[in-house]
Design a protein around this ligand. Structure first.
Ligand SMILES: Nc1ncnc2c1ncn2[C@@H]1O[C@H](COP(=O)(O)OP(=O)(O)OP(=O)(O)O)[C@@H](O)[C@H]1O
Length: 332
């Protein structure tokens, strides 16, 4: 293999404008098109059919369908008029909560199409300070006769109780393998792309419950060649194969620090993973490694420490090497 061949593939983001971005092209338009969330979707459908929408809060990780569910509700309630009756705002708007509140007020005061309520979707509501949330709560009350709020956040615990108690809270979990596989296969069929079974598995693994990641991975991999297989997916998504991560840990546990360090080097340099990605993958796969339970427990303990230190700004490579070193030392 020439040196140029050994270069890791640059992750390619689909370019909006040139080709349609598949996460938008295939965003479900109706609630019944949403994959997974079998516990949530029927309850949302009931609100729509009974024409009785409360304020809602969608809490959960990125790319799991919170925004999609909100827009699907709006499409079902307002049909073709949905855009005029649905205001999407980002709570972390750099210009501050006052701008957000002014936009809410303007929208709530106007009316379109004679509907009883209009929907305000507030993304990243957990980015608001407690004071800003208190102000938001008052705004919600002020306009509750003609607006319904859908708040989206990663962690509902970051939202003050008076807002939570005014909302029906829905917890969106990471999407399961079946949901992601189904969507990936649907899109591939529709685009006429051949995806191997190991390619689908790799997309599911790399996505880690995030449908946006899976679809972007598929689109980026499809640009690379005729067939989307495991190799392309791992390269394009900067994801290590689970076996590679496991081998690194096994070297350390066997006391072969040099081999473990070389494996880490390969992940960081050749595969292009960030230190945080290595930690995430180790954490995700630790229980599937074929190593003694005691070793898994120690690994998890050290991962927690390394993760904390990296979050606090410590050097990623040093923390990962220290983690491997401490596992290797146990063997002495
Ligand atoms: N459950 C799902 N079924 C089908 N497609 C989905 C689902 N969840 C997400 N998607 C796809 O992923 C894209 C991103 O999802 P969405 O915008 O709803 O994520 P989100 O949960 O609001 O994330 P964030 O917290 O980052 O805003 C959608 O455009 C859609 O194509």
């Amino acid at each position: 293999m020439s040196e140029a061949d050994a270069e890791p593939a640059e992750p390619t983001e689909p370019t909006p404008g040139r080709t349609e971005v598949w996460i938008e092209k295939y965003r479900p338009q109706r609630l019944d098109e949403i994959k997974g969330h079998e516990d949530i979707v029927p309850r949302l459908q009931r609100y729509v059919t009974q024409d009785d929408l409360p304020h809602l809060m969608f809490a959960g990780p990125a790319g799991t369908g919170k925004t999609t569910s909100a827009t699907a509700i709006a499409r079902e309630v307002y049909g073709d008029d949905w855009r005029e009756n649905f205001l999407e705002l980002n709570a972390s708007d750099q210009r501050g909560i006052d701008v957000v509140r002014d936009r809410i007020k303007d929208f709530a005061r106007s009316s379109f199409g004679g509907y009883d309520h209009r929907i305000i979707f507030l993304d990243e509501a957990d980015a608001l300070t407690s004071d800003a949330q208190s102000a938001l709560r008052r705004t919600m009350e002020q306009f509750s006769n003609n607006t319904r709020f859908i708040l989206s956040c990663n962690y509902s615990s970051q939202i003050i109780d008076p807002i939570q108690s005014r909302c029906a809270v829905f917890r969106f979990t990471e999407l399961g393998e079946t949901a992601i596989e189904a969507q990936v296969r649907d899109i591939a069929d529709n685009e006429g792309i051949e995806v191997t079974d190991d390619g689908v598995d790799a997309l599911v693994y790399a996505a880690d419950g995030d449908m946006r990641k899976a679809i972007n991975g598929l689109q980026a991999a499809a640009v690379m060649g005729e067939v989307v297989d495991e190799e392309t997916v791992f390269a394009i998504t900067s994801t290590a194969r689970p076996e590679e991560v496991e081998a690194m840990v096994e070297h350390a546990i066997d006391g072969d620090f040099t081999a473990a360090r070389a494996a880490l080097e390969e992940l960081l340099t050749d595969r292009g993973l960030a230190g945080g990605d290595v930690i995430d993958q180790l954490h995700r796969s630790a229980w599937t490694f074929d190593i003694p339970e005691q070793a898994t427990v120690r690994l998890l303990e050290r991962l927690g420490e390394a993760d904390y230190r990296i979050t606090e700004g410590a050097n990623e490579r040093l923390q990962l090497e220290a983690l491997l070193a401490s596992l290797a030392l146990e063997n002495e």
